[in-house]
Design a protein around this ligand. Structure first.
Ligand code: FAD
Length: 468
């Protein structure tokens, strides 16, 4: 079967678009999920796909989708492979659809502040193109240099400036996609619509299971006139989180609001960390008058809440390092398994989740650290971004230790009323926990949608949607 689909793709697209040997097949076996890197490291590598297809047009994507559907060949979309949840793991019979050659800037519209890109466009390149005109997308995932605009949609990504500028669902204007039946849809025609359910949301977070995103139009902003920084110490994580609640509920929205627990403050900002204190800092942006008003308005709120000023240099330090992409190799070589897990919850639940999750993960044998920071703030709640690192006594226990740490973060968050996935998506690592967020009815609805759109089940099987 793999040979038949490969031959068909070569005959339809030409051999220059269909790669069947060489390094690319090796490089496209999986995404950035640390569990896949561990499997490589421990001699359980994911297989190579049957071929890597690199389309350059929507018509070519349609041809690939139609060929795979007719032959029942698994089709795995791949943006730039920075996903961290196992959304991409190849199989020997699969066609790996590498979108990175579809990378044109289609249009930039300065009147309506819109920019349209091919889905495979590198995020940082997209930002640089609009920045040349004094504009910004305002979407800054840490992985901006290694992720695609289509990947942002497919995973429902969040940027570091989301507290004021929103997450990708707030920034996207329209989405062009090829559905599993080969039809091309363009969803989103105007700044807002009451035209039935917002079908863009079928693709936002679909992780390659409900269609291939081929084009993305994003709403832009003019680059801010002024930027200012502020930083504070909070005696406890809970006190800092409560101050953040008061800031956003008081009507202020600094684009960046980040709070680190004691361990992370010391790890990341050693020269400015203070004893047992948690560290909260903000970036304020916008028209000068508003920035000044926000800095003093926020200052009054946090001082009233008992926080004390910290050196603002921490913000510059963070800005300088914020797009760093770490590698797993040195940790794995040293027998250390680690990961980050982002969740979110309403204000009245978040501190309880922080305490319960860190306490629970620290009980896992071999755990070296279980820490967190917050980075995306809403009127009704906030996210937490947990980091765990473990060195189990026996290297063969690294995978089981990893799974147990994940289980504890997710199950504890859910038991305390939180949401189990803030912005990295579901992939494989959260797939069997999805019921916590959607409930059994929601999971069944998603399965029904999948069957309706992709009755063959060829689009990225094994990802996001639990088996019926
Ligand atoms: C160091 C690091 C930092 C990160 N920081 C952030 C962050 O700040 N915020 C954040 O949200 N995420 C972050 N991520 C996660 C990751 O970068 C995002 O999930 C990103 O949106 C993935 O984009 P990608 O193009 O690399 O997608 P990929 O990894 O290639 O794919 C991700 C999923 O989307 C599907 N997919 C990709 N492109 C398409 C398409 N065109 N059509 C249909 N399906 C598609 C794939 O099948 C897969 O299921 C980080 C990752 C790393 C490694």
């Amino acid at each position: 079967m793999p040979t038949a689909i490969v031959n068909e793709l070569v005959s339809v697209l030409g051999s220059e678009r269909v790669v069947t040997s060489g390094d690319l097949l090796e490089q496209r076996r999986h995404d950035y999920w640390v569990r896949s890197h561990l499997d490589d490291h421990q001699g359980r590598p994911a297989p190579r796909p049957a071929c890597v297809v690199r389309p350059v047009s929507v018509e070519e994507v349609v041809a690939v989708v139609n060929a795979c559907r007719r032959r029942g060949a698994p089709l795995i979309p791949f943006g730039l492979g920075s996903g961290v949840c196992g959304g991409v793991i190849a199989r020997e019979d699969a066609v790996l659809l590498d979108m990175s050659a579809m990378n044109r800037v289609r249009a930039i519209d300065e009147t309506n502040l819109l920019a349209e890109f091919d889905a495979g466009k590198n995020g940082l390149e997209a930002e640089k193109v609009v920045a040349m005109r004094g504009l910004t997308i305002g979407h800054w995932p840490q992985s901006i240099a290694v992720s695609s605009v289509g990947g942002w949609i497919a995973t429902r990504a969040s940027g570091q400036f989301s507290t004021a500028y929103g997450n990708i669902e707030d920034i996207v204007y329209s989405i062009e996609a090829v559905l599993p039946n080969g039809e091309v849809v363009r969803l989103g025609r105007a700044p807002r619509a009451a035209a039935g359910p917002d079908l863009r949301h079928l693709l936002l977070g679909s992780e390659g299971t409900l269609g291939v995103i081929t084009g993305v139009t994003l709403s832009l902003r003019w680059a801010p006139e002024r930027s200012a920084h502020s930083a504070y110490y909070a005696k406890t994580m809970a006190a800092g989180l409560d101050a953040q609640r008061r800031i956003v509920q008081g009507g202020w929205s600094p684009p960046v609001m980040r709070q680190y627990d004691t361990v992370e403050a010391t790890r990341n900002f050693a020269e400015s960390a203070r004893g047992e204190d948690s560290l909260l800092f903000m970036v304020h942006e916008g028209p000068s008058g508003r920035v000044e008003a926000e800095v003093s308005g926020v200052d009054a709120i946090v001082r009233k809440a008992g926080l004390e000023p910290a050196p603002v240099e921490v913000v510059r330090k963070w800005l300088d390092a914020r797009n760093h992409v770490p590698t797993w190799e040195s940790f794995l070589k040293n027998g250390i398994i680690l990961d980050t897990i982002e969740i979110s919850a309403a204000w009245d639940k978040i501190s309880g989740i922080y305490d319960a999750v860190t306490a629970s993960v620290k009980q896992v044998p071999g755990v070296l650290a279980a820490t967190a920071h917050s980075s995306h703030v809403y009127r009704s709640g906030v996210n937490l971004y947990f980091t765990f690192a473990a060195r189990p006594e026996r290297r063969e226990d690294m995978a089981a230790t990893y799974d147990e740490c994940w289980r504890r973060v997710i199950e504890t968050t859910a038991a305390h009323g939180g949401g189990i996935a803030h912005h990295h998506g579901i992939g494989r690592v959260r797939r069997n926990y999805l019921h916590h967020d959607l409930g059994p009815g929601g999971v069944a609805l998603l399965q029904t949608l999948k069957r309706a759109l992709d009755p063959v089940g060829f689009m990225n099987p094994g990802v996001l949607i639990p088996d019926a």
